[in-house]
Write a protein that binds this ligand. Structure first.
Ligand code: PHB
Length: 598
């Protein structure tokens, strides 16, 4: 696997660059730097774009599902992560090395991360976090200045003089690291007016050059509280098997700890051998041809914990496809829609697993774009450092693609994913819509959009009800049927000691178990006045990419609003469409990150 070359910072744009694509990317970057949310007025100021231009760009990004517009604000939307996902699946690093990093983190009970270079910075492509309180945790896609990290010197060990020059220029231009929102700024130097080029910072710079030279010799590097007090890290480069010792690393693996548990010296002495052993395994893993079965693991070892699956369990195809907007007519897209921006942003989605280096023709074919259009988009993306071109005329994505919203979005929870879809559903059916998960024998509300008060209890996020008497509870319990034999399910239902909450409540465990079978087959649950007189609700499951039921979605109403038949014809299709939208977003967000259910 070739290492990622360091892209130069953009100079003047080539004549063929697509200006609307450049502007659209500047808006996405500005939103990302604002951690995913900004007032539109503020965006106009930070990007320097005219308000009318910005409005058209935002309308286009909203139509693509990459941002949401909420009155005066723009918010990054989960679907944008498909761009970063394309880069991550093309590198195969999280898929291949993630499980090994996870195992090492378990073994050491410390955080383990994988980083790649981006210019003179480093970006994380994987995090196996075991970090306790007290220190920063970085997200996938976060950019850190190389000189304040442990992986930095290992990448800098291979820099050309030109790359060192660029690094010096960046430090002189941004002495406090303001261009790296993920790290605390370096405090201004006491007694220094200009800040740049003098005293401690010059010392810092010289130290980094020495550290890079040492890292080249030692094959490891350390971060002894360069980012913040207490935070220490030890790093070892992962190189392709049989690559020369001075070849650029494919990535760098780090163990991250805290001074409350280790000194820099003890971290190195106790953990370096184990980190090195893990890195050797990582290099071997990268050398395995694709789709060769992994050697069996010794039986006493635990299964590696949650690592995103490489492909969908339901057989839906993975990989490039035409973007949804391409099917829409010009009229449907509206006059605001900037097609050249949308086309350009479709180009990264041509890349993915087994598609890391693509020719222009392959990009055009995968995206459905004309060759000339794909070519100009690639030239633009190359100019911005999101794509590199190899002498063999193939293109690759770079880690900079992760700067397009990935860190901010990588912490999205299921309730956050669902919230805008619930609001839309509630608006459409004019009744309350909610999301819930199973907690013990209860359902617990995790998101809710209320229209009118339908019950004499006030339901908010966090409210719990007995699962057996609610539509969401039945959908969630029915989800367990796949794992639990009928007898165990009945026993579990009995443990909840079902009580009649109204004169309609079904309480006999065997009867409930039979109802759950029906719910599982039908794919929905309708519960009529079993929790409260006058309350009718209907729920459907939300399923993740492995097929597991991760939440339930419902609409609840007073019985006078609709009869049962109307619930099935009017509400159920809307619920199902909403669940499909939530699942599609969950799929994108959950590809390389774990999505919290609460
Ligand atoms: C991290 O993974 O959070 C990390 C890695 C290397 C550092 C600092 C933090 O130097």
């Amino acid at each position: 696997m070739p290492s990622t070359p360091v892209p130069a910072p953009p100079g003047e744009a080539p004549a063929e660059a697509v200006k609307p694509l450049m502007r659209g990317i500047s808006v996405l970057r500005a939103l990302s730097d604002a951690d995913g949310r900004a007032a539109i007025g503020a965006l106009a100021r930070t990007t320097g774009l005219a308000r009318a231009t910005l409005d058209r760009i935002l309308a286009t990004l909203a139509r693509m599902g990459y941002v949401r517009l909420t009155g005066h604000e723009a918010v990054l939307a989960p679907r944008l992560m498909e761009l970063g996902n394309a880069y991550l699946s093309a590198t195969r690093l999280p898929e291949r090395l993630g499980p090994l990093a996870e195992r090492l983190a378990d073994e050491l009970d410390e955080s383990v991360s994988l980083a790649v270079p981006d210019g003179d910075g480093i970006r994380f492509v994987h995090q196996s976090t075991r970090r306790r309180a007290m220190s920063l945790t970085f997200r996938i896609g976060d950019l850190l200045p190389a000189e304040r990290t442990a992986p930095g010197p290992l990448f800098a060990a291979g820099w050309s003089e030109e790359e060192w020059e660029r690094w010096r220029a960046r430090r002189a231009g941004d002495p406090e690291d303001r261009g790296f929102p993920a790290v605390p700024p370096l405090p201004p130097e006491p007694g220094s007016r200009s800040g740049s080029g003098s005293g401690r910072r010059t010392g810092h710079a010289r130290r980094f050059e020495e550290l890079a030279a040492r890292a080249r010799k030692d094959g490891w590097a350390m971060d002894d509280q360069l980012i913040e007090p207490g935070l220490i890290a030890l790093s070892v480069p992962v190189r392709a098997l049989h690559a020369p010792a001075d070849a650029r690393p494919v990535c760098v693996a780090s163990v991250v700890s805290h001074t409350s548990r280790h000194s820099a010296a003890s971290l190195r002495e106790t953990l370096l051998p184990r980190l090195r052993a893990a890195v050797t395994e990582m290099a071997q893993e990268l050398a395995r041809p694709p789709h060769m079965p992994r050697p069996p693991r010794p039986p006493e070892e635990p299964r590696p914990p949650e690592v995103p699956l490489p492909s969908r369990a339901d057989g839906r195809p993975e990989g490039p496809g035409l973007a949804s907007w391409t099917a829409a007519s010009k009229q449907e897209l509206g006059r605001e829609f900037i097609e050249s921006l949308a086309r350009g942003l479709t180009v990264p989605t041509a890349f993915g697993e087994g598609r890391d280096a693509l020719t222009l023709s392959a990009v055009a074919e995968a995206t459905g774009l004309a060759r000339a259009t794909a070519r100009r988009a690639l030239i633009t993306l190359e100019h911005l450092g999101h794509v590199t071109a190899a002498p063999d005329r193939t293109f690759r994505l770079t880690s900079r693609v992760l700067s397009l919203g990935f860190p901010a979005l990588s912490r999205t929870t299921l309730p956050q994913i669902a919230a805008p879809h619930l609001a839309e559903l509630s608006g459409r059916v004019d009744d309350s819509a909610s999301l819930a998960v199973l907690v013990g024998d209860d359902v617990q509300y995790t998101a809710r959009v209320a229209t009118r008060r339908i019950m004499n209890v006030n339901i908010t996020t966090g409210t719990r009800f007995p699962a057996y008497a609610t539509s969401m509870g039945r959908v969630l319990l029915a989800g367990l049927l796949a794992d639990l034999p009928y007898d165990e399910l009945t026993a579990r239902l009995a443990r909840a000691e079902p009580r009649p909450l109204t004169r309609h409540t079904v309480t006999r465990p065997a009867e409930l178990a039979t109802l759950l079978e029906g719910v599982r087959r039908a794919g929905y649950a309708l519960v009529d006045e079993e929790l409260e007189e006058g309350l009718r609700s209907i729920a459907v499951p939300v399923v993740d990419r492995t097929g597991a039921v991760v939440a339930a979605l419902n609409v609840a109403m007073h019985t006078s609003r609709r009869d049962v038949a109307a619930c099935l014809t009017e509400v159920l299709p809307e619920l199902r469409a909403t669940a499909a939208r939530v699942e599609a977003d969950l799929d994108v967000v959950g590809r390389f990150t774990r999505v919290p259910a609460v």
